[in-house]
Design a protein around this ligand. Structure first.
Ligand code: ATP
Ligand code: LTN
Length: 337
């Protein structure tokens, strides 16, 4: 009998820089669960990326475990996917070194995230921050991933990963799969509730700007009530109405209704009623995530068993690519791997 065709590989990561926001959830993590049915999925906590900005070691350790439990609480099923911690898999950094030598200084200098974060942390523009996209390329290419589900802010990094793969293949012969991005049709960029021209971000210092997926119902409603909108009175999706557009997008995603239906539903209503309805819908949608997280985070032994098993499998997969790459570039083979 012919072998069943191998499933396509999906890979994505998230940094343990804080509790996931509604932006992370809608733009990325929420979409990862449903993909498990059709694809071979690998998801990981990018703790090595997180140290490109200053973070206390104890905090990083705790946030990494919390992020791991949050991923599982968001519907990722360990019978179908591998969920691991980046620093447990040394091959990512090993491949990153080789890929560094196929990456140009100029292209890394153009990365928007590098420029933004350099501006935010002018006293710590470290080489890791600069090299961040090459490690990200290695994360993806080491598993020969076909698809990478991310929010819009990561598309530039993904494009760079594609360029690096093409350049490597051009120089050494076909070795690395060139991945495609996978963006949600709606919600690829959820905006801050306090400045709807800026993306909602885990590292925002204004707590009212950000909904955390573990916020309780009262907190969620309070934050939506304070959301910045505009001085008009019309609930429509239109250019220039960034605050209302953002709320309509969020409402549409968490209720499964189309934006047009949402606009019809709130026709003639005031902003106050609308914000309350969005807050309630988000809180209800996130409630199962919050309770599942509360259960999982108690069980450290279970979490350890999960990330250890997954790392073992991921490591084995990753060696296949690393060994090929090492051979192609001309490293002398060793029995040690
Ligand atoms: P930080 O504030 O620490 O930079 P972040 O909130 O931007 O963190 P990341 O860990 O960089 O989060 O991103 C994880 C995933 O969430 C990525 O796929 C990213 O594209 C997506 N994402 C982040 N913020 C948003 C947002 N506001 N809207 C949609 N997707 C988002
Ligand atoms: N840079 C990503 C996190 C990340 C990632 C990856 C995403 C690290 N490695 C590989 C997709 C594929 C971010 O979300 N900021």
């Amino acid at each position: 009998m012919a072998d069943a065709p191998e499933k396509k590989v999906i890979l994505s990561g998230i940094q343990p820089t804080g509790t996931f926001t509604l932006g992370n959830y809608i733009g990325a993590v929420r979409n990862w669960g449903p993909l498990q049915e059709q694809y071979r999925c690998l998801y990981f906590i990018a703790d090595q990326h997180a140290i490109t900005v200053r973070i206390e070691p104890a905090q990083l350790r705790q946030k990494t475990l919390e992020a791991y439990a949050q991923l599982l609480a968001c519907g990722i099923d360990l019978d179908k996917s591998l969920v691991f911690i980046q620093s447990h898999i040394p091959t990512h950094s090993q491949l990153a070194w080789v890929l560094n030598c196929s990456t140009q200084f100029g292209e890394l200098s153009r990365m928007t995230q590098f420029k933004d974060k350099s501006r935010k942390h002018p006293d710590d523009i470290n080489a890791g921050l600069f090299d961040y996209p090459v490690l990200m390329a290695a994360d993806i290419l080491i598993y020969q991933a076909d698809l990478v589900p991310v929010g819009i802010d990561q598309m530039q990094h993904l494009e760079l990963a594609r360029n690096i793969a093409n350049r490597f293949n051009g120089r050494y012969g076909e070795t690395l799969k060139v991945p495609e991005g996978y963006m949600p049709p709606i919600g690829a960029k959820v905006m801050s509730l306090q400045d709807p021209t800026k993306k909602m971000s885990k590292s925002d210092t204004n707590p009212n700007a950000v909904i955390l997926i573990l916020d309780d119902k009262d907190t969620i409603i309070r934050k939506f009530k304070r959301a910045v909108t505009d001085s008009e009175m019309e609930i429509v999706y239109r250019e220039g109405k960034d605050g209302i557009n953002n709320l309509l997008t969020i409402y549409s995603v968490v209720t499964g209704k189309s934006i047009d239906d949402a606009v019809r539903e709130f026709d003639g209503k005031g902003y106050g009623d609308f914000k309350l309805a969005v807050g309630e819908a988000v809180a209800d949608h996130l409630e199962p995530v919050r309770s599942e997280y509360a259960r999982l985070i108690q069980d450290k032994a279970y979490l350890k068993e999960c990330y250890t098993r997954c790392a073992g499998e991921a490591l084995k997969m990753s060696y296949r690519t690393l060994n090929k790459v090492y051979k192609k570039v001309g490293f002398v083979p060793t029995e040690l791997r």
